[in-house]
Each structure stands twice: as structure tokens, then as C-alpha cells.
Design a protein around this ligand. Structure first.
Ligand code: ADP
Ligand code: MG
Length: 699
């Protein structure tokens, strides 16, 4: 139960005056939450400020300067009748004798006469410009009298917006939300706060949303840092609780003679690369230890992670236990089934497949055999870790492309095998700070060799304006017998709209290229998807229009062209993954990044990185630099929210501090029962770590 003290912050935004269903929808989009709370709004921090503090005399105003000036209203000059498009002008002046003309287009005279009565004194804020040698201000931002001036914020926060929302509305709402902010007990260490000169939580929010100087809203300001540390500590506490839960029982060592491994190796048509060998050695040593293994196996697409995972599974199986291998999608689970199962079977390992599609008797048979220990290795999707799936003795859980899974799945998984070892495979090289942040103490093995048989992919950025040329080029490639992917963009995080875009493109291309064109998307039934993939793999279809379902792991070596529409909407890591679908076979490959002009600076830089390098590690680092942390991991899709406040570029140094802090806190007060512990529970709720609180209770 969330402490009642937090209730005001967990009231829906619709409880604020003036927020009906329409605004609720806009704020849901802005804040990335289906039902945004006041807390979500308060964590929406300004991207900058408007600084109205410059208060020169009229004689001192510079051209183009944003100023707040005190003036006396002299005369009104409505637009002459014969020139209705001319501005309505109000002439003002100050004691320096200089004048300032306020210009209004489409003005309402009665309104302006009330706002600016001749002879009155007014404070006017806006951008002043010289026009025909006269100082003028077109549509001033603010006009207030003496009394209003006392309340006029001279530094105004600017917020990231979404279409349909105005800055004014967000500011107004923010003010309401701030007014409802309860006073909360301090959860941070007082001495540390003093040393770092950081304000309290409430004070930090006030400073950020009602800044008195622009530098107060920079990510390295004390207020921002305070909240960033709060967010990091909440995350690290939650992780530490999770880890404590996962490590509750020491693991069991799994080792054997290595005979089963040797048999798998013998069944391979190739030898392991040195880095596969090294990773395997690390994993085998780790498996033999009586503590739970938590290890990340990083390696670019095609670097050969799967076989290392299989060999790890063989090690555990040899020790008489079971292994589970979970893929993020149905397609990938089936792909593993076709590649892994024969190898495993050749070595005498009993393998089965379990996905959402195995139902009824088939499913029951698998579950029975699993519970009796007659299946050594179970391949599948996240259903592997659902209720009702009972292993006799799960020794190793292998999770492919972990960043697609959230904390829920990790928990479910941890609960299946009391202290099953865990091996996470990821093709997205994750910078060290991020590993710490998201996974805590995971060990890392890396496959750094270039994937085998990789050809450089000729990568080009092409404006969507040249779409017809791209279609021509595709036509030529198809005539030459090549195979191409055409990936359609993510629109607004919604599968429905994704699909609409892909379906429309498919219809167009089909019109031109006939039934050589096929479509695959995330909403298709599993069997349909498989069939479409199989048609493409066999060459029956030659141009595969797809939503991002093909992003990870799909292996069709003969495909040589990758077109990515609206490349500017994808993350760098995602683009890298998509491009990794081509350049696998013998032929020269091309990747066309279609973008919608004009490109912003960051988008341009991102596409440039992709053109320059195919080194996944470099791309990941650049991605982090250019976009910030959340998208690098693709956490948006996983249910693990990206940071709201933390900017790792600015707050990276806090990550390990928060980690150590969390460990120390839980060592002293594992149940978070003391006064600080109680306050820390509030912190966990504030950052949506309710699940972690459940872990304390269970513990
Ligand atoms: P990923 O790391 O992307 O999961 P895979 O495990 O799917 O990569 O491996 C990509 C391809 O490389 C597969 O066809 C696999 O059989 C092959 N492969 C893996 N290891 C080696 C190796 N040591 N030598 C040659 N080919 C290998
Ligand atoms: Mg793989």
C-alpha cells in the first residue's frame, strides 16, 4: 500500500482544474504514461528557460534583445482604414525620452485600450527590434501593471511539448502541481547532501520549475543533480533488492567432465573463434562456482553467441540439470529451434520448443516431460517463464536480447529456478556505466571479433524526396536476382500505426513489383509470419516489407539490400541491428537510410556515425553520447522505463555512488524499516519501483 502521504502526487492529472479527456490524452503522450500522475508531470523537467531579466532603459536596448522594460503609454494608432493589414501601433516611452512602438497585427482595439490605457505605466516584456530606425516590439509576450510585475517570473521555464499543448498550459499545470507537493521526509544522507550542496526534494522541484536564474535548470545544477541522484538511488535500491532476492540461495556449482560439450563441439562444422573460446572458459568457470552466475554475453550480430550459449547449456546439462533458452520473439525462438536443436540432438541433448503457439496436448506433453526431467534444454519465448511451466531442476536460464525484457520477466525467471545461473545474450554493446545502472553487478563476456563472413555494407543516407529513385534501384536489384528488406518506421510507439505505414508501402511496392513483394509485421499470426519469412528465405519472394519485427536475429544470408524508411526515427543501435541483416553472404550489400528532410543536428550526426562505422561498440558509445541512455537499451519497449531525470552524460559519476549507497543502506536496514528506510520507501514509490517494495515484504 502506497503511503497516504504520497496521495497528492499520485492523483491523476485530470484531478487538476481544466484537464479534461482531451488534455489527459495530450499529457499521456507528452509524459509517456497512459494515466499520468502529478508526480509524472513534476518529473517533466524544463529543457531551458526564457530569460526576461534584462531590464534596460529604452535608450540602452539592443537590436533583437529580449527585454523587460518599464514604459508609459502615450498614444494608440489603429491601422489606417485603407491599409487593414498594417499593424495597430501603441507608442510608449520612458524617462530617457526614447520611444518603443508596440505593434499588433489583427488587433482588437477595445482589448488593447483596456490593456494599455494612455498615460498608464506598464511593464512590457518581449523581443525589441529596430525597424526603420525606430525601436519596436511585435506582439509583446507579457504586459503587466505594477501589481502584476511583482508576480511576473523573469525567468520562465521552457518544456518539451507535444503537438496540441502550449507552453502556457504546461506552466499553469506545473504551478498547480507544485502547490500540491507535500513536504516529504528526507531520504538522502544529510551529511552527503550538505557536502554536495544539494537541496531537498521539494526545494529541487521548486527551483527547477520556478527558476530564478537560467543555470538553475541545467542538468548539472544542484537541483537537477539532487533529483537525478534520487532517481539513481531508487533504481539501484530496486536492483539491489532484486539481486538480494535472486541471490537469496547461493547457487549450485555445475560442472562435469566436459564430455557433452566436446560432443557439441564435434557436431559443429567449424571451430570456435578465440573470443568464443575465451567467453566459454569464463562461463564454464563461473558455472562451476557455488554462487549464482549473472553474466552478460555481448557480441555483435553474427558474432556467434548462440553456440556459446548452447555450450554453456551443455555444461549444466552434463551436471544433470536443465537449461532454458528464451528468445524475445516467436520468429527468433523458431530460428533457434532450427539451428540449435539439430546440434543439441547430435550431442544427445533432449530439446523441446515451447512458445505461445504450442497449445493443448502438445503443450501438456512438453510440460510433463519438462517436469519429469526428460527435457534437457527448453527453447522458446517468454512463455518459458510463465506459471505452469515447471522445471525439474533448472540450472541455467539463457536470455537472448535481454534489453527487450523488463524487470517482470527477470523476476519471473529468478523465481523459476531458485538460483538458476543466468546468461544474457545481447547484440547491443552496452557501455559499462549502463550495465551497472540497469543490471547491477553483472559480469561481462565479450565476443569482439568481427562476425564471420561479414562484408562491409555500403551505407547511404537518402532523402525521402528521392523515393522514386530508390524504387528504381530496388527494381534493378530485383532484376539482378537480389533480395531486399524494406523496413517501415515506428510511428508513435503504436503497432497499429506501424502497421498502417507498412501496409501502405507494401501496397505501393506490390503494385510496381508484383508478387515478388511480401509483407511481415508484428500483428500477423505466428504461422503466417513463419510462412512469410520462409518464402523470403527460399527466394520465392524477393522484397520483404517489414515492421521492426525483423530487427533482431533474422538470418537470410542471400539478402543484400536493406532499405530503412524514416531512418531518423530509429535509434542508432536499432539501425545497426537492421543493417546487420545484410552483408552476411557473398555479395556486396547496400543499406539505404531514407530520411525525411530537413534533418535535425542530432539526427544528421547519428546517420553520419552509421555511414562511418560498422563497429557496434563504437556505435553504442556514440548512441549514448547523442541520445542519452534510455534509447540505447531500447528500454522503452521493455517496460523498464528510461530515466526521466538522469542524463548519464551529466550524472554518470553518480551511478556507482548510488550503487554503493544502496548496498550500504540495505546492509544496515534490509527491511527498510527504520526512519530513513521508511523515507526511502517513499522514494521507491515516487520512481515507480513498487515492485521492489513487494520484494521487501516478501523477504
Ligand atoms: P549472434 O551472435 O548474432 O546470435 P549467431 O550465433 O546466430 O550470431 O551466429 C551467426 C552465424 O555464425 C551462424 O550461422 C553460426 O552458425 C555461425 N558461427 C558461429 N560461430 C562460428 C565460428 N566459430 N566459425 C564459423 N561460423 C560460426
Ligand atoms: Mg542471436
Amino acid at each position: 500500500m502506497r503511503p497516504p502521504l504520497l496521495n497528492p502526487l499520485f492523483a491523476p492529472l485530470t484531478s487538476l482544474p481544466g484537464v479534461g479527456p482531451k488534455f489527459a490524452r495530450l499529457y499521456a503522450r507528452l509524459l509517456g504514461r497512459p494515466v499520468p500522475y502529478l508526480a509524472d508531470l513534476l518529473f517533466h523537467l524544463p529543457s531551458g528557460t526564457i530569460d526576461r531579466r534584462a531590464r534596460p532603459k529604452l535608450s540602452q536596448v539592443r537590436d533583437g534583445q529580449l527585454v523587460t522594460v518599464a514604459v508609459t503609454v502615450d498614444e494608440h494608432h489603429p491601422a489606417p482604414r485603407h491599409r487593414p493589414r498594417a499593424p495597430y501601433r501603441v507608442i510608449t516611452s520612458d524617462e530617457t525620452g526614447f520611444t518603443l512602438t508596440l505593434a499588433y497585427f489583427n488587433a482588437r482595439e477595445d482589448y488593447l485600450r483596456r490593456l494599455l490605457p494612455p498615460g498608464s505605466r506598464r511593464y512590457v516584456s518581449g523581443v525589441a527590434q529596430f525597424y526603420d530606425g525606430m525601436l519596436q516590439m511585435v506582439h509583446p509576450d507579457r504586459i503587466v501593471d505594477e501589481k502584476g510585475f511583482a508576480d511576473l517570473p523573469l525567468v520562465e521555464p521552457v518544456y518539451p511539448l507535444t503537438e496540441g499543448l502550449t507552453l502556457g498550459h504546461v506552466r499553469r499545470l506545473m504551478k498547480e502541481a507544485l502547490a500540491r507537493l507535500p513536504t516529504l521526509p528526507e531520504w538522502q544522507d544529510a551529511a552527503w547532501l550538505a557536502r554536495e550542496r544539494l537541496p531537498s526534494f521539494g526545494e529541487a522541484l521548486h527551483r527547477l520549475h520556478r527558476p530564478s536564474a537560467p543555470n538553475q535548470v541545467a542538468p548539472d545544477s544542484p537541483a537537477w543533480r539532487r533529483l537525478a541522484y534520487d532517481e539513481l538511488l531508487a533504481g539501484q535500491l530496486a536492483l539491489a533488492l532484486l539481486r538480494a532476492r535472486m541471490r537469496r540461495r547461493a547457487g549450485r556449482g555445475s560442472s562435469g567432465s566436459g564430455e557433452l560439450r566436446a560432443r557439441v563441439l564435434k557436431a559443429l562444422p567449424y571451430a570456435l573463434t578465440p573470443s568464443q573460446q575465451k567467453a566459454l572458459t569464463e562461463i564454464v568457470a563461473d558455472l562451476a562456482r557455488p554462487q549464482q552466475m549473472l553474466r552478460l554475453l555481448q557480441g555483435d550480430v553474427g558474432s556467434g553467441k548462440t553456440v556459446v550459449a548452447l555450450l554453456a547449456a551443455a555444461t549444466v546439462i552434463e551436471a544433470g540439470r536443465q537449461a532454458a533458452f528464451m528468445a524475445p520473439t516467436e520468429i527468433l525462438a523458431r530460428q533457434h529451434w532450427t539451428t540449435v536443436a539439430p546440434l543439441a540432438e547430435a550431442a544427445g541433448i533432449r530439446v523441446a520448443l515451447l512458445t505461445g503457439r504450442e497449445r493443448g496436448a502438445e503443450r501438456r506433453a512438453v510440460l510433463d516431460r519438462l517436469a519429469r526431467g526428460e527435457i534437457d534444454l527448453l527453447l522458446g519465448t517468454h512463455v518459458l517463464f510463465q506459471e505452469g511451466v515447471v522445471f525439474r531442476d533448472l540450472g541455467l536460464a539463457i536470455v537472448d536480447e535481454q534489453h527487450r525484457f523488463g524487470v517482470h520477466q527477470r523476476l519471473a525467471l529468478a523465481q523459476k529456478g531458485a538460483a538458476a545461473d543466468m546468461l544474457v545474450l545481447t547484440a547491443t554493446p552496452i557501455p559499462r556505466t549502463l550495465v551497472l545502472t540497469y543490471f547491477g553487478d553483472m559480469d561481462i563476456s565479450e565476443l569482439r571479433e568481427k562476425p564471420r563472413g561479414r562484408r562491409p555494407v555500403d551505407t547511404r543516407a537518402v532523402s525521402l524526396a528521392r523515393l522514386s529513385e530508390v524504387e528504381d534501384a530496388i527494381g534493378r536489384a530485383l532484376e539482378a536476382g537480389e533480395r531486399a528488406y524494406w523496413v517501415c518506421p515506428l510511428v508513435e510507439d503504436s503497432e497499429k500505426t506501424d502497421l498502417a505505414a507498412a501496409a501502405a508501402r507494401f501496397a505501393k511496392l506490390r503494385e510496381r513489383f508484383g508478387d515478388r513483394v511480401d509483407l511481415v509485421h508484428g500483428r500477423m499470426k505466428g504461422a503466417e509470419k513463419d510462412a512469410a519469412m520462409a518464402r523470403f528465405a527460399s527466394g520465392r519472394t524477393r522484397l520483404l516489407v517489414a515492421t521492426t519485427v525483423i530487427e533482431v536475429g533474422i538470418d537470410v544470408p542471400d539478402a543484400t539490400v536493406m532499405v530503412i524508411e524514416h531512418a531518423e526515427r530509429f535509434g542508432l543501435a536499432q539501425l545497426h541491428q537492421l543493417r546487420g541483416r545484410v552483408g552476411r553472404g557473398g555479395g556486396a550489400s547496400t543499406c539505404l537510410l531514407l530520411y525525411k528532410a530537413p534533418l535535425g543536428e542530432t539526427a544528421r550526426a547519428r546517420l553520419a556515425v552509421l555511414r562511418e562505422t560498422e563497429d557496434g561498440f563504437r556505435i553504442a558509445e556514440e548512441d549514448l553520447r547523442l541520445r542519452g541512455e534510455g534509447d540505447v537499451l531500447g528500454t522503452r519497449q521493455s517496460g523498464d522505463p528510461a530515466f526521466r531525470i538522469v542524463r548519464l552524460e551529466s550524472h554518470g559519476r553518480y551511478v556507482s555512488a548510488a550503487r554503493e549507497d544502496a548496498a550500504l543502506i540495505l546492509k544496515r536496514d534490509p527491511m527498510l524499516a527504520g526512519p530513513r528506510g521508511q523515507a526511502l520507501r517513499l522514494l521507491l514509490y515516487l520512481f515507480g519501483k513498487d515492485e521492489a517494495i513487494g520484494l521487501i515484504r516478501a523477504g
